[in-house]
Ligand binder design. Structure first.
Ligand code: G4P
Length: 531
């Protein structure tokens, strides 16, 4: 993360594009809702959930999501907060959809990690954190549910430091907890924030003070709690690192705020922290060169494709992260993979209230482009330059099953449905060299259920997933003749993915090791760059 670049154009510099990561139930939805509330995007808390449910009733796929209480699909929301434009990209919380999350995180410049004050770092937090770390994403931490019995503040901080190997700098310090929780001391601005228990949607009262010796504190905090606060903050200042912008930007240090999302407490401070310190749109990597956000020419890449966002239209929406330039509606961009021009006449900006047509967008923004399947994950859009954005991987699936249409006459339909899901990134689809049918690969078992349900709902095609003789897949690369020779001898193990790229399927790690050893001319990989 570079801090010493020339200043960005104001419109770009004010943008903050980020995701929220958390273990299910830590409070991500509640926090998102409060963000939208304070961002003026919704008038009343409860709308996100209500809206979510309204949407779900329109689609059985979503009904399934609702039943399971997980968020399967990710979306993007834009809203203003003070001088800043926030682009919040939602990530699925369930680990079975981790690949989707990974790709979503390629489109953001920072992440907010929400943890439950009573539970600390949970399994899914850790996994998602590791993904952020791979990309050195700066992380802001929100310790939620301080209105409940929580762990000791030092213990929480220690756990994060030890478990995630990252420095933690308190941005605020909680005063009491559970029923005794009255607010927090803002260490970055020397302010006292007092929670309003009567009105959950009311922002905390802020008392400006000169420091912990300010006599005004006694007007707001009972003597015993004040003594504890002074003692703990003194200890924290001595023992814990202070906030350091550079270290934060490099992903080595996370500032932590303590709050209660449901009580709107600490949310505004977190948002202010994101505005003041969260990175502006960062340069993006392409195979050819690095793309700077301030470049005049528009470039962007597709990081997510979602089908049937609007059940009335069988459309797909490609989510594009703009990497550079100032986009205007109607612009003709080049779809680099097919080298075809594409007039982007109806791009969508995801305002929280609803989808809205985007008349303009800047580097850092996420726009949705409705299309009929031309746009795939990893695709680049530019004003003519042949760019290939890197770092958007496809992972080898960890679970493989064969899939059959309930009605054998419908095999062609099934193929079409599977190809759509493969292009969306919802599954890997392999066509074996021998025999008929398809092998579908996913990362988490729940994805099979979602797929079966979607194929039935969207294509009217009942399907059966059955165990496959294979458990692992590896992409095969190298000289074409060498691959062909290898494939001829290993027909029973060979397949092609939806791009037509060769894949080696097996049940044994031993087999993979053998190929690696005996065929130095070939490369077996567990990831493939999507482009
Ligand atoms: P998630 O998206 O991370 O899964 O979490 P979500 O926001 O749905 O929150 C999970 C539960 O925690 C919800 O309760 C929510 O109301 C509660 N919660 C969120 N923030 C706080 C907080 O600051 N303090 C307390 N005490 N609870 C909080 P639920 O009973 O599952 O749902 P609901 O009936 O309240 O909607």
């Amino acid at each position: 993360m570079l801090d010493n670049r020339a200043p960005l154009p104001t419109e770009i510099a004010r943008r903050r594009t980020f995701a929220i990561i958390s273990h299910p139930d830590a409070g991500k939805t509640t926090l998102t809702e409060k963000f939208l509330l304070f961002g003026g995007a919704i008038q009343m808390a409860g709308q996100v959930r209500a809206k979510g449910e309204a949407r779900r009733t329109r689609s059985d796929f979503m009904k399934m999501e609702q039943e399971r209480g997980i968020s399967v699909s990710a979306s993007a929301m834009s809203f203003d907060f003070g001088d800043y434009r926030f682009n919040l990209v939602d990530t699925p919380g369930h680990s079975d959809f981790s690949e989707d999350t990974y790709r979503t995180l390629t489109a953001v410049d920072a992440a907010i990690m929400v943890i439950d004050g009573a539970k600390g770092v949970e399994s899914q937090t850790r996994k998602l954190f590791e993904v952020c770390r791979l990309r050195d994403l700066p992380i802001l931490t929100f310790c939620n549910k301080m209105d409940r019995e929580s762990r000791d503040t030092f213990e929480i901080i220690d756990e994060i430091q030890e478990n995630l190997a990252i420095d933690v700098a308190p941005a605020s310090w909680p005063i009491g907890m559970g029923r005794e929780f009255i607010g927090a001391y803002d260490l970055l601005h020397d302010r006292l924030e007092i929670m309003d228990r009567a009105d959950r949607n009311k922002v905390a009262e802020t008392v400006q003070i000169t420091g912990l010796d300010d006599p005004k504190l006694a007007d707001h905090i009972p003597a015993a709690q004040l003594a504890t606060l002074r003692e703990e903050v003194a200890m924290a200042r001595e023992l814990l690192p202070a906030f350091d912008r550079k270290s934060f930007r490099e992903g080595h240090l996370t500032p932590i705020w303590f709050g209660s999302a449901i009580n709107s407490f600490g949310v505004r401070e977190l948002m202010t922290g994101m505005g003041e310190h969260g990175p502006e749109p960062q340069p993006q990597n392409a195979a050819e060169r690095e793309i700077a956000p301030e470049e005049a020419s528009v470039t962007g890449f597709v990081f997510k494709v979602q089908a049937n966002m609007d059940p009335k239209h069988r459309d797909r929406v490609a989510f594009v992260r703009l990497a550079s330039g100032h986009f205007e509606r109607g612009m003709k961009l080049t779809h680099v993979r097919t080298k075809k021009p594409m007039a982007v006449s109806n791009p969508v900006l995801f305002l929280a209230s609803d989808r809205a047509l985007a008349d303009e967008a800047w580097a850092g923004d996420i726009i949705g482009i409705p299309n009929h399947g031309q746009l795939r994950i990893g695709d680049a859009l530019t004003e003519g330059e042949a760019l290939r954005f890197t770092g958007i991987p496809s992972f080898a699936p960890e679970l493989l099953q064969t899939v059959r249409a309930g009605d054998p006459m419908k095999a062609k339909h099934l193929e079409k449905a599977l190809m759509q899901f493969a292009e969306e990134g919802a599954a890997k689809v392999f066509k074996p060299m021998l025999g008929s049918g398809f092998i579908v690969g996913v990362v988490g078992a729940l994805q099979f259920e979602v797929l079966a349900s979607r194929i039935e709902q969207e294509y009217g095609l009942p399907v059966r997933f059955e165990g496959s003789q294979f458990t692992s897949a590896r992409w095969l690369s190298g000289d074409k003749d060498a691959i062909d020779r290898f494939a001829q001898v290993n027909k029973g193990h060979m397949a092609t993915d939806h791009d037509g790229d060769p894949v080696f399927l097996t049940r044994l790690q031993w087999d993979i090791d053998r190929v690696v050893r005996d065929h130095p001319e070939l490369k077996l990989t567990a990831t493939k760059e999507m482009m």
